[in-house]
Design a protein. Sequence first.
Length: 232
Amino acid sequence: MNVKNAVQRLKTLTKVIFNKEFIIFPEVVCKTKKFGSSYGGWNIVTKNINSNSIVYSFGVGEDASFDLALINEFGLTVHAFDPTPKSIDWVKTQNFPDRFVMHEYGLAAIDGEVLFNPPQNPKHVSHTLLDRPATNVKAIPVHVKKLRTIMDALEHSQIDILKMDIEGAEYEVINDIVESKIRPKQLLVEFHHRFPGVGITTSKKAINKIRLIGYQLFSVSPSNQEFGFIRI
């Protein structure tokens, strides 16, 4: 473990003491590799990933290092999604390969238009569907779609890797995935129980729902925010 990860794990343990975080360990051992930057990277199980694998990456922000690393390693196509204007503008300034396909809408448990609340720091990019009283007067309307709607439009019957960093919307989306019987082979989720009004119990319940539909936890980041699940 490097120094940065050790420091992050220490911070996580400190939060556990104050009941602001919880400890959970992977339950299955898989051969994994991290793709992307220290900020935007994720661990995946590399077995059976190839140029034909279908990857959905929800939440681009201003860091597509994970997506680009997968493209470079496997020659696959990444379908990236983000309705945030700042993220869309940033992607347009990049010289990304054709296999990085940007979709300018978000993922939610409904099809339609929702209000996106901006971050308190205007230098940041991440908006949220969750209530954010400090900035909700500046909320913007964005288009979102359900996972089934997206898959039907893109003519995909299966997803090999589904990554969600969607700022609190993951909880309702997980409920929708459970009900829709969509089962990506790998499910990568950043949980946002640190957000006001969410709490660790919400993430624990979401993790249990994922486990109940046949997934096992194979990766937990030092920050205890990014989780990797696989169906074996």
